[in-house]
Ligand binder design. Structure first.
Ligand code: ZN
Ligand code: ZN
Length: 389
């Protein structure tokens, strides 16, 4: 790698490995024979500086010292109690690193940094295997993350490898949750779609929707992903009418969910603050569940995608998508975008050449465009007040 040394972060060092005879060590990332080891934890091996650097950047710099503490100590434990304590402590550390790695992998996937998501997912898999043994159900989240990272990098063979491992693990276990089945089939569907095996993809997405409906309900934002993917497949098969019925459902689910959040926000703002409220009292707005980052990203991606589809655009469809995006941007505190989508709604309504009855633009939300404008103004004022204090 040219110029790698200049880019190296603080604390990044290379340690050539004196490979003891008879012991074959392999690279943590790619399984090729190892040539170097991390000089700090001394228990992570790499084939090359490239792989070491990739690991360091995505996760290892955060967990190196924790990994080092997992190494067996030089001295033997004196008593049974000491040994047990040490074991317990090691397991806690392992769990902590696993949690950090899974979180980091998910974060990278949300940002569509598929390459960066790979090392932490792999680390999580390794630690989960140490803890639970191979083919344990607990390994599935890490396997699914590895599959997603591979799919994103167009490494379909790798994705298949991780997915079949996950599939097998799930099949082995009768205790698997519907939610896990749903996630597995969503990923298997994505793999089939990437291979243009549309019939297979549809089967997996249908199973995903079915399992997710059992776990969360048909109208849940957890179920919406499968519906969106099915719509995409029908679009690829040149069946825009069928695709549109799925995308309509996608918009409807997000709209109802976001409308509920916005209504809660409006109510919270209308509640007069208690006269005796002490400084530091919780803002009622803070207790509203305004969706996590992954859900927001998913909503935005899906809504923007359906809005950009030329082949199925009708004024009322575009209106609904814009209105839903406007609600989404309010909870993301992106007010100019929110107002821009409300403007867009007005334009669609007045600019549509065919005479469309007013009720065509009834989106079925309690919130109106006017409500959004008032809400945005109130929130802006509130934020200004907060900043002044
Ligand atoms: Zn390697
Ligand atoms: Zn290390």
């Amino acid at each position: 790698m040219a110029g790698a040394s200049e880019e190296m972060e603080d604390g990044f060092e290379v340690n050539p490995l004196a490979n003891p005879k008879g012991i074959k060590l392999s690279c943590h990332l790619c399984q090729k024979p190892a040539r170097i080891q991390c000089p700090s934890c001394r228990s992570t091996y790499y084939c090359s500086v490239d792989d070491q650097l990739a690991d360091w950047r995505s996760i290892h710099s955060q967990v190196c010292s924790l990994i080092a503490s997992l190494k067996p100590p030089e001295t033997h434990a004196n008593s049974d109690t000491e040994r047990k304590q040490r074991k317990k402590h090691q397991q806690q550390t392992r769990d902590r690193i696993t949690e950090m790695a899974l979180t980091e992998a998910r974060k990278h996937l949300h940002n569509e940094d598929y390459t960066l998501a790979f090392p932490p997912s792999l680390l999580a898999l390794k630690l989960l295997t140490d803890t639970h043994g191979p083919a344990h159900l607990e390994l599935t989240p890490a396997l699914l993350l590895l599959a997603q990272s591979s799919l994103g990098q167009d490494q379909l063979r790798n994705a298949e490898k991780f997915l079949s491992q996950a599939h097998w693990t799930v099949l082995q276990n009768s205790q698997t949750s519907a939610s896990l089945h749903s996630q597995l089939h969503r990923n298997l569907g994505l793999l089939a779609a990437a291979r243009e095996e549309y019939l297979m993809a549809k089967k997996h997405f249908a199973e995903d929707i079915y399992q997710s409906s059992i776990a969360y309900g048909t109208q849940s934002i957890k179920t919406v992903g499968g519906l969106f993917q099915l719509g995409n497949i029908f679009l690829k098969e040149d069946k825009p009418v069928v695709a549109q019925s799925f995308f309509n459902e996608v918009i409807k689910i997000w709209l109802i969910h976001l409308d509920g959040i916005i209504q809660e926000m409006i109510k919270a703002l209308q509640t007069p603050p208690s006269t005796f409220a002490l400084p530091g009292t919780k803002d009622p707005l803070d207790s509203i569940d305004t969706m996590n980052v992954a859900e927001r990203v998913e909503a935005r991606q899906q809504l923007q995608t359906v809005l950009s589809l030329q082949e199925i655009q009708s004024p009322s469809f575009a209106y609904k998508a814009c209105f839903t995006l406007s609600l989404l941007h309010v909870i993301m505190k992106e007010y100019p975008q929110s107002l821009a989508y409300i403007d867009e709604c007005t334009k669609i309504k007045t600019g549509s050449s065919t005479v469309i009855e007013e009720r065509e633009f009834e989106v079925g939300a309690e919130t109106t465009g006017k409500d959004i404008e008032i809400l945005v103004a109130t929130l802006r004022e509130k934020e200004m007040f907060k900043n002044d204090k």
